[in-house]
Write a protein that binds this ligand. Sequence first.
Ligand code: F0G
Length: 435
Amino acid sequence: MPAELICFEPKCRERYPITEVIYSCPKCGGLLEAVYPPPGPSAEELKTLWRNRRTSNAPLDQSGVWRYRELIPFLENHDCVVTLREGNTPLLESRAAARYAGLDALAFKHQGFNPTGSFKDNGMTCGAAQARRLGMTRVACVSTGNTSASMAAYASAAGLTPIIFIPYGNISYGKLAQALEYGARTLQVEANFDQILALVRELAERLGIYLLNSINPFRIEGQKTIMIEMMDQRDWRAPDWIALPGGNLGNTSAFGKALREMKELRLIDRLPRLAVIQAEGSAPFYDLWRAPDQSRLRAVEHPQTLATAIKIGDPVSWPKALREVAISGGVVEKVSEQEIADAKAVIGKCGIGCEPASAATLAGIRKLTADGTMAHDADVVAVLTGNVLKDPDYIYRYHTGSLEAPDGTKIAPTFANQPVVSPNDMNKIAAILEG
Ligand code: F0G
C-alpha cells in the first residue's frame, strides 16, 4: 500500500491517490489527511538513525523536517525538495516564565527560530515539494503574515511563482516586507481572512493554482515534525501537556496526528494533553469545545484581536482539531488582550521573545494552573509559534503605555520598559543611570 490521501470524516473515509490535486474530499467535502504504511525500521532504529543524521552535512539531514522523513513519506524520492534548513528550533527552559505561569518548570519550543521566523516553514517545505512533484507552477495562500512570508520564500527558492492574498491593512509590515522581498505577487484584498480564504479556494481551482494554506494536507505533514523534533530533544520523554495557540487550527491537527503516530510506533509511551489557547475576541473553537452540540462550529463573523495570527473566526481545520484535542484528553482555553500582552512582555524579559499569538500560550497556562486544570508540577512544553520581530509596533506601544485593544480599551503596561529620552550630557545621563 503506497502513501494515500484519506477523507478525515469517519462516515466517509474515501481514499485518493497521493498525487491527486485536491484539498478536501470530492465526495463529502471533508478534510483530507495523508496515510502511510508503517515504516520498516523499529522505533529504536529510527531514533538512532535520526540522532546520527544530526552530524551529517547533507541538506536533507540538516533539515529539522526532512531528518524525520520516515514519518512523512509522501514522496517517491526527494528530488523536488527545497530546504532552507527549517526546523532545528530550540527547546528553551525558563524559570521566570514558569513562575509567572504558576509552574515549577516550563520549556518553550521556539518556532520563531525558523528561516522566515515562524512554524510555517516546517509545513511549507513539504507543501512546496508536493507542488513541484505535481508539476504545478503557481502557488497561492491567504495569510495574516507568517504563511505569506514562508510561502514566498519556499516557492521562490523552488522556482515556483508565489501569489499571496492578505487582508488589507491587517498584516504587520515586517511580514509584508518579507513577502515582497522574497518575490511574491501580493494582493491586498479588502476583506477578512475567512472571506478571502473562501474566495481563493475557488480561484485556485479555476486558475490551476496550487493552494498552500493549512487545509493542504502536506503542510500538516511538515508541521508534525515540530512534535517529533521536540520529543527527540527530550530523549523521547513525553511531557504532560503541550500548549499552543489556536487560529485556523492546522497546528493543533498536525500536533495531534504526530503524537498519535509516534505513540502507535512506540516512539513515545503516552500521549501528552493538548492545551489550545485562543484570543477572547476570536474564539470559535473555545465555544465549540464547550457547546453541547459539537457537530457544527459557529463562526465568529468579525473576529477581533491584536494577535493577528490567530484572528480567524471560521477555522477550516476544526473537525480534525476537535478530535485531536479530545483524543489527547486536552482542553481549549481563551485569554484576554491584556493577558496576552503581559505574557508576551514576560517572555520577552526572559530573553526569549515571541509574537503576540505565541504569547497566548503562557497566558493560557497561567489560567489553567490557577483553576487547577494543570498541576503546578506538571511537565509542560509551550510552543512559541513566531518571532519577536513580527509586531514591533505592538511592542513599542505596550512599553510606552499606548497599546489599545481592538475595542478601544487601554492595555495596562504592567511590565513596561520605557525608553528614556536624555540630553547629550554626561552628568545628566550618569544621574539617570544612578538615580
Ligand atoms: N501562531 C502564529 C505565529 C501564526 O502565524 C499562526 C497562523 C498561528 C499561530 C495559528 O496557527 O492556524 O495552525 O492554528 N497564521 C496564519 C498566517 C493565519 O496567515 O500566517 P493555526
